[in-house]
Design a protein around this ligand. Structure first.
Ligand SMILES: Nc1ncnc2c1ncn2[C@@H]1O[C@H](COP(=O)(O)OP(=O)(O)OP(=O)(O)O)[C@@H](O)[C@H]1O
Ligand SMILES: [Mg+2]
Length: 533
């Protein structure tokens, strides 16, 4: 170092202190410290060694130099913290200046062996922060052959305080960042668990089709992607949307559901995007609109296929730019909203016939969850039925002992055009009709489900003509014909009902007997009696 004036010296110390504390990343800080010390002390080599508290060893957190092998060896080099001049400095807590290292008994030649440099003069200064000893900074060989001076020693001692604090901060910062990263990972895992548990308890689904739905829901919950939920009416689209929201990072923010088919076209735009007071008749005050009201949360756009085309363009803008333009305003406002959409129509077909914007379709359809209709997942019907029975019996304050096998068979074989909602309604109705302590019987289902002839739609939707039963195919008398003796009426009903159940089971007697809750021989007996074959 060219002997600087005291003022220049202080200036340098101050600048270095500021520069060190401005670096918060250890991998950036250490090389910077090394470069600055080398420059200030005109040294051949500078190293920073850190103390591994657990193992009581010193190591090099950063190694520079031309030779990759030397760098590699040094970066793996560790030595006991009381070895060498560095160890002595660390142990005593005092800075040490050695002018002839090779003849100093404390000198540890291990580093020289690795680097190929011969150490002559050396300054080792312990680094200590509020947490205690954290390492040593060492300066080796003054350029030009002279040895270091006491002034160099004092200078390095003075700057070591700033170095120690900067390293301490950087280590704390790295630790914090690591633990933040760990927490993030844990939160992600917990969210997935939450999604799995929560959704599994509310949404019934056992087969492979529903397993796929749950898998997609979990991924959707863990990301921020726009989701399109497709499925026939009553298949649980809204349930799925709410499930994704609840398990997502936005679960604390609002969930706003809008049914695009239910809001008149003229109002939908201001409903969603808001309006300025006076922008149209009836707009008596500013309205932020649902998108802005849901800021930070989720907007669930139900029946998206019914959204008018001009609105579709505006929705695309929300999705792409995160901006809404309220009615009557010319400037957009920023919104941070996640969109989940649902449709019971074939959105692709709507797009192909021009009713739905192609760009919006591809934007929404990038992550689609398709819910299978109930008739394609009949395995879930018994479980759904028992879930709905307990919900309904609680509501009706009724103890329902379960469901007859024949009633259950009827539910399992029915086609469910209205899907789960329809099933739920049927159970609700049956529970209301069932007497306390009894089990649900098939009689309590609506005629549609029972397949009563008066309610069976024909091929064109009209009611079917009376079906014929009996060997000769003779027309059977109506079961409700007035004035008939009870025995006859009962027999007529029984004959008709059995023939229906047989038909529903493709004539399989064992299955039909099971559905009817009677034995196979008993059914065969009845079939003989009523001439059913
Ligand atoms: N997998 C399921 N498990 C349990 N209940 C379900 C399931 N799917 C749907 N439900 C119930 O069925 C009813 C209809 O569900 P939801 O309203 O979510 O259907 P949707 O697909 O949105 O119907 P729509 O097309 O008519 O709007 C709700 O009562 C819901 O709780
Ligand atoms: Mg719905």
């Amino acid at each position: 170092m060219t002997e600087p004036s005291d003022a220049a010296h202080f200036r340098l110390l101050y600048d270095l202190g500021c520069a060190f504390s401005a670096k918060i990343d250890l991998p950036e800080l250490i090389p910077f410290v090394i470069a600055k010390c080398r420059e200030a002390l005109d040294a051949e080599g500078v190293s920073v060694m850190l103390l591994d508290q657990e193992r009581n060893e010193l190591y090099f957190p950063y190694v520079s130099g031309e030779d990759a092998r030397v760098r590699d060896r040094l970066s793996h080099l560790r030595f006991p913290s009381d070895v060498g001049i560095a160890g002595a400095a660390l142990k005593s807590g005092r800075a040490i200046l050695v002018k002839d290292a090779q003849n100093d008994p404390r000198f540890y030649p291990g580093v020289d062996r690795e680097t190929g440099i011969t150490t002559h003069s050396i300054i080792a200064v312990p680094l200590a922060s509020g947490r205690g000893k954290i390492g040593v900074v060492e300066v080796v060989n003054r350029r030009g052959g002279a040895s270091f001076t006491d002034q160099d020693l004092h200078f390095l001692e003075a700057v070591s305080g700033s170095i120690a604090i900067a390293i301490d901060n950087a280590q704390l910062y790295a630790k914090l960042r690591d633990s933040e990263q760990n927490l993030r990972t844990q939160v992600g895992v917990l969210r997935r668990d939450l999604a799995r548990n929560d959704l599994f308890t509310e949404i019934v689904g056992t087969g492979p089709r529903m397993a796929e739905v749950f898998r997609l829901m979990e991924s959707a919950a863990a990301s921020a992607i726009t989701v399109l939920i497709e499925g026939e009416t009553g298949t649980g689209k809204e349930l799925v949307a709410r499930g994704i929201y609840r398990a997502s990072a936005r679960s604390e923010a609002p969930f706003v559901a809008v049914n695009c088919a239910a809001v008149p076209e003229t109002l939908l735009e201001s409903e969603l995007f808001g309006h300025r007071r006076g922008s149209f008749t009836g707009a008596v005050r500013d309205n932020p609109g649902l998108f802005r009201a849901a800021d930070g949360g989720v907007v669930f756009l139900d029946e998206i296929a019914d959204m008018p085309t001009p609105m579709q363009a505006k929705l695309l803008r929300v999705l792409e730019e995160g901006e809404v333009v309220p009615v009557g305003e010319s400037f957009p406002s920023k919104v941070d909203v996640r969109v989940l959409a649902a449709t019971n129509r074939d959105l692709r077909a709507e797009m192909e016939n021009g009713a739905f914007r192609e760009d919006l379709y591809y934007r929404l359809g990038a992550f689609a969850i398709k819910l299978p209709p109930l008739r394609e997942r009949r395995e879930d019907i018994p479980l759904l039925a028992s879930r709905f029975i307990s919900i309904a019996s609680e509501r009706h304050h009724k103890r329902v002992s379960g469901i007859d096998q024949s009633a259950l068979d009827l539910l399992v074989s029915f086609d469910w055009p209205g899907n789960i909602r329809q099933l739920r309604n049927e159970i609700e109705r049956a529970v209301a009709l069932t007497r306390d302590g009894e089990a649900i019987a098939a009689d309590y289902f609506s005629p549609v489900v029972r397949g009563a002839p008066d309610h069976l739609p024909g091929p064109n939707g009209q009611k079917s003509a009376p079906r014929t039963v009996g060997r000769a195919g003779s027309e059977r008398a109506s079961t409700t014909e007035a004035g008939k003796p009870l025995r006859e009426a009962r027999a007529a009903f029984e004959a008709e009902y059995i023939s229906e159940v047989l038909a529903r089971n493709q004539g399989n007697v064992s299955k039909a007997a099971r559905a009817l809750g009677i034995s196979r021989p008993a059914l065969q007996e009845k079939m003989k009696q009523y001439a059913l074959r």
